[in-house]
Design a binder for this molecule. Structure first.
Ligand code: TXA
Ligand code: MG
Length: 363
């Protein structure tokens, strides 16, 4: 199959809508990440999504709709859910709602609820309106890779597996949507995103975050969202999150970096832009090429936007060890740390604690 990439003019949107109606796949931009879409009412089309991504069939898909009216055939919307939709949709929020019997079990893995999202990206909106279909779409990456935030990322992962990619440029948010379970006794964030807990609390004071957001699942523990079971976001190299006072973090990164390079290991350091001066005085010119900026700590949305590109870049750079500064898990920082902790397989290094080389060698 030849994969066509098109800029999303009216003609390309029409072609994409026709492809969806005919049971084909289309990759399209949303404000969060690119999606790999199919007609949510077409079982064979939905099956193609799982095949193209190499995705386990027990991991349910989000159904994208243009507006709340288009969601009505698919789910039951409570008063509280309506309040959230009024406040945050269209936008980067996915609601888990009780499903109707029109939802195919291939879409929601036979669960009693369905994930519904109304994206705000104008190209996604144009496609939903032109096709007049609900579009089932996971992120348009190969399973296990970081979600794609550019058409290039999609092309890299799915070339030959999808007939059309609508190229809408880089995604503005850069992290997947907040997934909020409205069917739980207490509305619960299963995946943090750009709509933050703090924002949700302002309209839904009972909202909470599932406590497994920042830690691995315990043995035998059931994932509330099947996607959390799978290895995610991890670059090929070993990523280590370094926490602590910025100058101690710098010292620890420097130490680990130099130790690695002495052993011939390719190492990179991911820092916040504000911390660059901390490193400058300590680096030779040659070494300074190992620093990569994640964006501004003072504007964490810049970090969110760049994160997945940067993780992909680490693979292109052949990084075998990636030392990464950590941030506080509040606001959108919770979503950033959720993705980074998974990318690091929960490896953390506390720079405020003394260095224990013997302990490390046991790990
Ligand atoms: O921003 C986004 O949400 C992007 C764009 C394309 O909309 N989509 C996305 O889809 O990230 P995906 O499939 O990569 O992630 C959806 C997550 C998965 O972890 C999945 O397990 C969970 O949502 N999910 C979907 N339906 C669910 C359901 N009925 N119950 C529990 N979890 C569900
Ligand atoms: Mg995904």
């Amino acid at each position: 199959m030849i994969t066509e990439r098109r800029s999303p003019d009216a003609c390309a949107i029409e072609r994409a809508a026709a492809l969806l109606r005919a049971g084909g796949l289309v990759a399209f931009p949303t404000e969060t990440v690119y999606g790999l879409g199919a007609n949510a009412f077409d079982q064979d089309a939905v099956h193609k999504i799982f095949a193209a991504k190499g995705r386990p069939s027990d991991n349910p898909l989000i159904v994208h709709v243009a507006d709340v009216e288009a969601a009505l055939p698919l789910c039951h919307i409570s008063r509280e859910a309506h309040i959230l939709i009024d406040a945050f949709c269209p936008g980067p929020l996915t609601l888990l709602l009780p499903k109707t019997d029109r939802v195919l079990h291939q879409v929601n893995a036979g669960l009693p609820n369905v994930a519904i999202r109304i994206p705000s990206n104008p190209i996604a909106q144009a496609l939903l309106r032109a096709s007049r279909l609900p579009i089932a779409a996971p992120s348009a990456n190969a399973s296990g890779r970081p979600s794609p935030t550019t058409a290039d990322h999609v092309y890299h992962d799915l070339q030959g597996k999808v007939p059309l990619i609508l190229d809408g440029g880089p995604c503005t948010v850069g992290l997947e949507s907040t997934v909020l379970d409205m069917t739980a006794e207490t509305p619960t964030i299963l995946r943090p995103g750009a709509i933050t807990l703090e924002q949700l609390l302002a309209v839904l004071p009972a909202a909470r975050v599932t406590d497994s957001v920042l830690r691995p699942l315990k043995q035998g523990e059931k994932a509330c969202s099947p996607g959390m079971l799978y290895r995610h976001y991890a670059p090929n190299g070993k990523l280590v999150l370094v926490t602590g006072q910025p100058d101690r973090v710098r010292d620890r990164c420097l130490h680990l970096y130099r130790q690695a390079t002495q052993e011939g290991i390719v190492a990179k350091i991911l820092i916040f832009e504000e911390h660059r001066p901390l490193y400058n005085a300590y680096w030779t010119d040659e070494e300074s090429g190992t620093l990569r900026s994640m964006g501004f700590l003072s504007h964490p949305e810049t970090v969110a936007r760049r994160l997945f590109s940067l993780l992909r870049r680490m693979d292109e750079d052949g990084a075998e060890l990636i030392l990464c500064e950590a941030m506080a898990p509040c606001g959108i920082g919770l979503a950033i740390m959720n993705r980074l902790r998974r990318a690091a397989s929960f490896r953390m290094e506390d720079a405020d604690q003394p260095w224990h080389p013997l302990e490390r060698s046991r790990q």
